[in-house]
Design a protein around this ligand. Structure first.
Ligand code: PGA
Length: 315
């Protein structure tokens, strides 16, 4: 029956079986029926019969005698090449099949510093939708807690600003993290056009809890500039700091990403301090001494592709 949906070659090819083709290719490549039979763990007469049947099925002369042996004819060489191409295509299929199975279900553990909670779920969205069988566990903790998780190997990937140097980590800086100084909108300093860090030292400073990377980055810059601006109060989250600043309890250093596009909607203003925003970056990190799972590699590829075109900082 003439089926117009069958690819043209496939209508005729089944006259030759894959088993025959495999033996034929081995004879050509290894230069003899005996060697091919040994390599394929078949009896020599079996291979000889396969070759005869193959030649008959195709109506082609595949070998010609040379000396005491056989060499492939030109069309025999061409067939051997075709068999290798079929093999390569099949291998590609098997690899893709394994990959598709591997992404059908599984688990991907990611640790992320608290500041990334403002955008990381959005970044993970397309991957999560594409692979609904992969359960994503996102642990959101401060910088020191994420470092402890990396030491234990709890997660495959971690998103953080200050990766530790004592672990064998690969890192990919994937997004800018500008750090700004915020005040309540009604604060007199908000009207100033330009401020130096030293101008702020009379103001109460609110900081994140010990172990926070945001706090560490702020302390580093104060120390580097020799500015003595002592914390008045430590609070355990970015949101708690924003509320406290709005309530007039003090000023704070925060990631720009923790603020609304227009910070005034939350009653906050960014102060024009020289040297700020501090240009920092978030990295995705993973341990070099552990193999990344297929879901983790796929997520990294997905983010690399998408972040090349978007995800610029918002300041
Ligand atoms: P954290 O985040 O202040 O929540 O520790 C810091 C970071 O961005 O690494």
């Amino acid at each position: 029956m003439n089926d117009p949906t069958t690819p043209p070659g496939l209508e005729r090819a089944p006259r030759a079986s894959l088993v025959q083709l495999r033996s034929f290719e081995a004879v050509v490549r290894l230069g003899g029926v005996g060697r091919a039979a040994r390599a394929l763990h078949l009896a020599q007469p079996t291979v000889s019969t396969q070759l005869k049947e193959l030649a008959a099925a195709l109506g082609l002369v595949l070998f010609e005698p040379q000396g005491r042996g056989l060499v492939p004819t030109a069309v025999g060489e061409r067939l051997a090449r075709t068999v290798r191409e079929i093999g390569a295509a099949w291998q590609g299929f098997e690899e893709d099949a394994a990959a598709l199975q591997g992404l059908r279900r599984g688990r991907l553990r990611i640790a992320a510093v608290t500041t990334t909670e403002y955008f990381l779920p959005d970044l993970l969205g397309p991957f999560a939708r594409q692979y609904p069988g992969i359960e994503i566990e996102l642990a959101v903790e401060n910088r020191d807690a994420v470092v402890a998780r990396l030491e234990r190997g709890d997660d495959e990937l971690a998103a953080m600003m200050l990766p530790p140097t004592h672990l064998p980590l690969a890192r990919w800086p994937f997004l800018e993290n500008p750090l700004v100084i915020v005040a309540p909108t009604g604060h007199p300093l908000v009207l100033r056009r330009r401020l130096r860090l030293a101008d702020l030292t009379g103001e109460p400073l609110l900081v994140r809890e010990a172990g926070s990377g945001t706090r560490a980055a702020a302390e580093q810059v104060l120390a580097a500039q020799g500015v003595a601006w002592r914390p008045r109060m430590a609070l355990g989250s970015n949101e708690a700091i924003k509320h406290a600043v709005r309530a007039g309890l003090g000023l704070a250093v925060l990631s720009r990403h923790t603020l609304a596009k227009d910070p005034a909607v939350d009653g906050l203003a960014i102060l024009p301090v020289v040297g700020f925003p501090l240009r920092r970056q978030w990295h995705l990190v993973w341990r070099r001494d552990r193999a990344l799972s297929l879901p983790a590699r796929t997520l990294l590829d997905d983010l690399r592709t998408r972040l090349q075109v978007k995800a610029r900082p918002r300041d």
